[in-house]
Design a binder for this molecule. Structure first.
Ligand code: ADP
Ligand code: MG
Length: 503
């Protein structure tokens, strides 16, 4: 397991008129499986294609068409389960969830209610300052996405685009272990990070490839601990489910609004009705959408067109053996091997591409110095230029060279920033820049002594002042740095100035 120890963060507490309330949150995250083809058809999953161009007959619900499971979608669900340290079920099964909607031509969604492919797992959600929540995963099941109804293209008509119909989703269901709005957002971000490392979901929330149904309830202090001790849900409050959230900010705002709404009801002597609600970001409020439906409302039954899904342990083991190093492990390793702070290690491992760039910079060099340069100089500059690491104008090798030049005292940290700027903007080699532009640090004490002597000789007044007040010696250091174009080794200058002034 992990090398790091964390304390659990305190739950979010909202003070009401009748005392304190705590938040309890459970998320159902829908992650679009990263594959080229749909869950039960060969149609493409490409985003942004011409409407209704990626639709196989089976997706359109044509009579007599039969679904055929896409093996890669199953492998992606298994990978995701392994990444969440979850149990993989060698036998799972597909059910029909029956309902009518214009963008659901089959008249049912194929899902896994009774026998999901992935069982219980866990996700560590770091909250900074050595705090982290261990969120339990209840299950992950595979299911089909629905199509898209478009109501805003024509004043009189609605349109239906079936490109998304039948695309594979993983529904990741958490236990109600999340205790505040920030934790909920951090949990979604952590799932996204793990799936991006695994390559099982691209995590693009804007395109709707990652979205969450957020279940919120409130309870009194102590009730949640009673629930944890017994797993008896009756200790918790009635929840409402806020559907289809695809923004971290709105997830947090919706939870906060919803918790306060429930508290107001309860303090007013009313009760919370279990229901599905929608968040309206323009008015920052949630509104009732429909009452909570139960499994029997959907007349779930095993899909007669699909056999139970059986996979072999050896196949799962093979997938497990090929998993990449995941964020928790990478972060622990960066802290142990490079001596990084938890914060720096988190920043550098947020995206796999950033982590591997950093490792190339740091290899065989000072890890902390490399982390500073990657985070502060490079990431700062890329952000300013609206670029990502893949299009960085300076390569890891070149940034590594700069670290090497600083470490060997060839250039000072200050000059290194100029070298970085030239390398970044002019696509040049740092060693060549230092050579060509004459930027090497002057460590030759003879040359520094000569510069110090010249300035002392020319400024007798300043000498007297500095000798009376040693703090003023800094003026000489500044003059020498100026005279040498910033290239003198600052430590050597300090030492020689003090010696020459007899301080
Ligand atoms: P259903 O099948 O009715 O949707 P689930 O048991 O699957 O109900 O729960 C759905 C989600 O709601 C899960 O993520 C779960 O953690 C969460 N949840 C259950 N009870 C509560 C509660 N009292 N407060 C907040 N979230 C809850
Ligand atoms: Mg559910």
């Amino acid at each position: 397991m992990l090398d790091l120890t964390y304390d659990a963060p305190a739950p979010k507490v909202i003070a009401g008129a009748t005392g304190d309330w705590e938040l309890v949150i459970g998320l159902e995250v829908h992650a679009q499986v990263a594959t080229n083809a749909k869950l039960f058809s060969g149609a493409s999953t490409l985003f942004g294609a011409e409407p209704n161009s990626n639709v196989a007959f089976v997706d359109a619900g044509m009579p007599g068409m039969l679904p055929v499971i896409n093996e890669e979608c199953v492998a992606q669900a298994v990978r995701t389960g392994l990444g969440l340290r979850a149990q993989i079920n060698l036998v799972s099964a597909f059910d029909r969830k029956n309902y009518f909607y214009p963008d659901l031509p089959q008249g049912y969604q194929i899902s896994q209610l009774y026998h999901p492919i992935v069982g219980e797992g866990e996700v560590l959600v770091e909250m900074g300052n050595g705090l982290a929540r261990l969120v339990r995963i209840e299950r992950i099941h595979l299911e089909q996405d629905a199509g898209k109804s478009i109501h805003d293209m024509d004043p009189a008509m609605s349109f239906v685009d079936l490109n998304r119909t039948g695309v594979a989703l993983m529904e990741i269901v958490s236990r109600p272990d999340i205790r505040g709005p920030e934790e909920a957002a951090a949990y979604v971000l952590k799932l996204r990070q793990i799936m991006r490392y695994l390559g099982t979901c691209d995590g693009n929330m804007q395109n709707g490839n990652l979205r969450a149904d957020v279940n919120v309830s409130v309870c009194r202090p102590g009730d949640y601990e009673r629930y944890q001790a017994t797993q008896d849900f009756s200790h918790l409050g009635t929840r409402c489910e806020i559907k289809n959230m695809n923004s971290m900010r709105f997830i947090q705002m919706a939870i906060d609004y919803e918790a306060r709404r429930q508290i107001a009801l309860l303090e007013d002597g009313k009760s919370v009705t279990q229901e599905t609600r929608l968040y309206d970001p323009d008015r920052n409020e949630t509104r009732s959408m429909r009452s909570k439906e139960e499994a029997h409302d959907y007349r779930y039954f095993p899909d007669p067109d699909l056999l139970p899904l059986e996979i072999e342990q050896a196949w799962v083991d093979d997938i497990a053996a090929k998993l990449p190093e995941l964020p928790d492990a990478k972060k622990a390793r960066f802290i142990a091997d490079f001596g990084l702070s938890e914060y720096d290690a988190s920043v550098l491992t947020a995206e796999e591409e950033n982590a591997s760039f950093f490792e190339k910079v740091a290899e065989g060099r000072d890890g902390k110095l490399a982390a500073n340069w990657v985070i502060n100089e490079l990431f700062g500059r890329l952000k300013k230029d609206d670029r990502d690491i893949a299009s960085s104008p300076i390569s890891a090798e070149r940034l590594g060279q700069i670290i090497g030049l600083i470490k060997s005292d060839t250039i000072s940290g200050k000059i290194a920033k100029d070298v970085f700027d030239i390398a970044y903007t002019q696509n040049r080699d740092p060693e060549e820049i230092v050579e060509t532009e004459g930027m090497k640090q002057v460590t030759d004490t003879g040359a520094i002594e000569a510069a110090v002597d010249a300035i002392i000789a020319a400024n007798p007044d300043q000498v007297a002042k500095a000798q009376a007040n040693p703090k003023l010696a800094g003026w000489f250091v500044g003059q020498v740095m100026k005279a040498t174009g910033g290239k003198a080794n600052p430590a050597a200058v300090n030492q020689i100035v003090s010696a020459r002034l007899g301080l």
